[in-house]
Design a protein. Sequence first.
Length: 233
Amino acid sequence: MRTITFFFFSLFIIVHFPMFCPLCQSVNASSHYHSDKKRDYLQCNHCKLVYISPEFLPSKEVEKQEYDLHENSFEDKGYRKFLRKVLTPLTPFIESAKDSELAGLDFGCGPAPVLASMLEEEGVRMNIYDPFYANNLSVLEQTYDVVTCTEAIEHFHVPHEEWALFNKLVVSGGVLAIMTKRVLDKARFANWHYKNDITHVSFFSEATFHYLAQRDGYEVSFPANDVVLMKKR
């Protein structure tokens, strides 16, 4: 019954209002992907992004309440080990530029910018940005050799805006390093704990990252099941 109701609601929306993919902005190119007790999910047929139906997007107040519950800290060895998954594949790029100082930005750093600190230990001059905890817009007016976005991209309500910003922030030859768990298929999505966080609203797959890489001029690699490196040509 939920799927039938959603189908007719979607049909009404498409007839009366054009529906845009929040990532690639394709018009009326999305279809029903999954429904659970809390939300409905769509998938864009072009970029393959899976995203929640717009009426289920959480408010900024709800988001902030959830983020304040996170207890990541500089002293947390487990968290530092977790971040090593994105730092380790970045090491060859950092080492190849030892003769010049690299500039980096940790985008969506949260209340404790641990990854930025770890990159500074590797010799990268870091800035940080987070819309809730480090909302310094001036750092977004610069360009960077390394931009990291760890466990943040799945929170983007309109990811085409952040992605356009990433394209401006990363210099030619620079690297965008993203950590987010990836969609595999419908069957596994149905029982996927990652989708149950109410602040997780955009879900990427390898196909999505390949689409973005081809469209925007990146070389893409997947060094771990939740890490993607995008090197700008």
